[in-house]
Design a protein around this ligand. Structure first.
Ligand SMILES: Cc1ncc(C[n+]2csc(CCOP(=O)(O)OP(=O)(O)O)c2C)c(N)n1
Ligand code: SF4
Length: 350
């Protein structure tokens, strides 16, 4: 069930250049676990769209399936939206963009949605250079289906049941760089100062803007020995009605300066070491970006910031030479030139 937020706002709320308050960019009330990193990303997305004075009804928000893919419901309630089949969002987004290139498009996905079942789709969206801000909410698990390892889980990381992951992880940013993505960035859900400008740059990029955001999962990152953990509660409760209990946690914040590294404590007591690229980092060199990310990973660090951007980006419509604007505005006679035109076209293939 989703609960709508009241539309009445306090008259003193700040307005952007098109007269809208930040509340006008919200969606329904979140149903995700309290403290989920995905909700912090939602707040950053709301801020980015508000800052850029984008008309909500001129936005299409696309997603697949997963806790992450539910998040478009929680921002821009006036926007168009499509919650597609698991892993198939890029194909649906390609169709929507082909039909209406005037819409600002944002796709939200999870690491399961993007790097397992939808990996082929993600690769082709990058290859097409679809004009889309693609936000990958990366928590290393399948949150919605209760914590199986995803393809981004590091070898050695432990599942909720205490089993160690033995398989190699796919690093989405290194993958994006290899495939020729024209905008590649990584951030952390708790670092709004870094994330909001990256999202704004991604929205303005003409082409595929890939943003991987590390987003801790409260429920499946919780502490093994805790008597208040999800697992403990489940095992020790006497069930009167069938419910799950998830301990509410605070969202994790990480505030640090360019060039610095920072140890951030996760909900399960483990640490992740983030390194923010320095002010003099050069994001225009694809090979150097790749080598830098890999070298830092070998030191146990996760690099954050705008990692690569191409000024040469030719998005899908430019490559295909499509008609400018939305197909909805093209007159019917042009869209459907009639049976004679079809017969002539078919004759060319006989
Ligand atoms: C075709 C298909 N296969 C499997 C599922 C079950 N399923 C739903 S969500 C999900 C994984 C979601 O994980 P992720 O994309 O990482 O998102 P998160 O919930 O962690 O945000 C799976 C396997 C499904 N809905 N459809
Ligand atoms: S299960 Fe994990 S990913 Fe899903 S809402 Fe809860 S904290 Fe977020």
């Amino acid at each position: 069930m989703s609960l709508a937020k009241p539309k009445v706002h306090h008259p003193s709320l700040a307005q952007n250049a098109i007269g809208l308050t930040r509340r006008d960019y919200e969606g329904v009330i979140t149903t995700l676990c309290a403290g989920c990193g995905h909700d912090s990303i939602t707040a950053a997305i709301i801020q980015a769209f508000w800052d850029l004075d984008i008309q909500p009804h001129m936005v299409a928000k696309m997603s697949g399936i997963g806790c992450s893919s539910k998040t478009p419901a929680y921002f821009l309630r006036e926007a168009h939206g499509f919650n597609s089949v698991h892993g198939r969002m890029p194909a649906v987004a390609s169709g929507a963009s082909a039909a209406n290139s005037e819409l600002t498009m944002i796709g939200v996905s999870g690491d399961g949605d993007s790097l397992s079942i939808g990996l082929g789709q993600l690769c082709h969206a990058m290859r097409r250079n679809l004009n889309l801000l693609y936000v990958l909410e990366n928590n290393g698990v399948y949150g919605l289906t209760k914590g199986q390892f995803s393809a981004s889980a590091d070898p050695g990381s432990m599942s909720k049941k205490g089993e160690a992951n033995t398989m190699a992880a796919i690093d989405s940013c290194r993958l994006a760089l290899t495939l020729g993505a024209t905008f590649v960035a990584r951030s952390f859900s708790g670092d709004k100062d870094q994330l909001v400008p990256i999202l704004k740059a991604g929205l303005k990029h003409r082409g595929f803007a890939f943003v991987d955001v590390i987003s801790p999962c409260v429920t499946f990152n919780d502490h093994e020995g805790s008597t208040k953990s999800y697992a403990y509660t489940r095992e020790n409760q006497i069930e009167v009605v069938q419910t799950d209990f998830v301990l509410p946690r605070g969202a994790i914040h990480a505030d640090y300066r360019p060039g610095e590294d920072r140890l951030v404590k996760m909900h399960d007591g483990t640490y992740i070491k983030l390194r923010k690229v320095a002010d003099d980092y050069d994001p225009s060199d694809r090979d150097k970006a790749y080598a830098y990310i890999r070298a830092r990973q070998e030191e146990g660090e996760v690099v954050t910031g705008l990692l690569y951007v191409s000024e040469e980006s030719q998005e899908m419509h430019q490559q295909l030479g499509t008609v400018p604007g939305a197909l909805t505005k093209v007159p019917y006679e042009k869209l459907c030139p009639g049976n004679d035109a079809l017969q002539k076209l078919q004759a060319r293939f006989r």
